[in-house]
Design a protein around this ligand. Structure first.
Ligand SMILES: [Cu+2]
Length: 165
């Protein structure tokens, strides 16, 4: 009798240990997952928006029977200018850059220049209603050609480029 009881207790301890181990394993990935986005968000917070010190160029965002487009789609600007995107029709529209196509030494400043009007890295919030605007500062942005697109209408070829001279 005594031997059986000891054996049962020992089995219970072993089962308990296994059960506890499984719980810890299951809990570990769940606890680690929410922490992952924090380092990714850090570079965005590192930059400081540079103000517009030059001219502000207006660009219309249009979707109608002729298609989806930025007007003009080729935007010539200088470092320090601003580009004011105006929602005219056929929204929602936004303004976004492909992070993979932006040089490493431009990315942080450009992303910071979106200010708070941003839904993702290098991507403005969506403009739903006619008259809504998004103004992007080109402060601190060196000369180069930077492709833009509208996220909802990328497949409809709503693209353009900002040429900083
Ligand atoms: Cu659009």
């Amino acid at each position: 009798m005594r031997f059986t009881a000891v054996a049962l207790v020992a089995s219970a301890v072993i089962l308990g240990a296994c059960g506890g181990g499984k719980k810890d394993e299951a809990a570990a990935p769940a606890a680690a997952a929410p922490a992952a986005p924090a380092p990714a968000a850090a570079p965005a917070a590192a930059g400081t928006a540079a103000p517009i010190t030059g001219a502000t160029i207006e660009v219309k965002m249009i979707g109608d029977e002729k298609g989806y487009r930025f007007e003009p789609s080729e935007i010539k600007a200088k470092t320090g200018d601003g580009v004011k995107f105006i929602m005219v029709a056929g929204g929602p529209h936004n303004v976004a850059f492909d992070p993979a196509k932006i040089p490493a030494d431009v990315k942080a400043q450009l992303d910071a220049n979106f200010g708070s009007d941003k839904m993702a890295e290098l991507s403005s919030s969506l403009k739903m209603n006619p008259g809504e605007t998004f103004t992007l500062s080109l402060g601190g942005i060196k000369a180069g050609t930077y492709e833009i697109f509208c996220t909802p209408h990328l497949a409809m070829n709503m693209k353009g480029k900002i040429i900083v001279e």
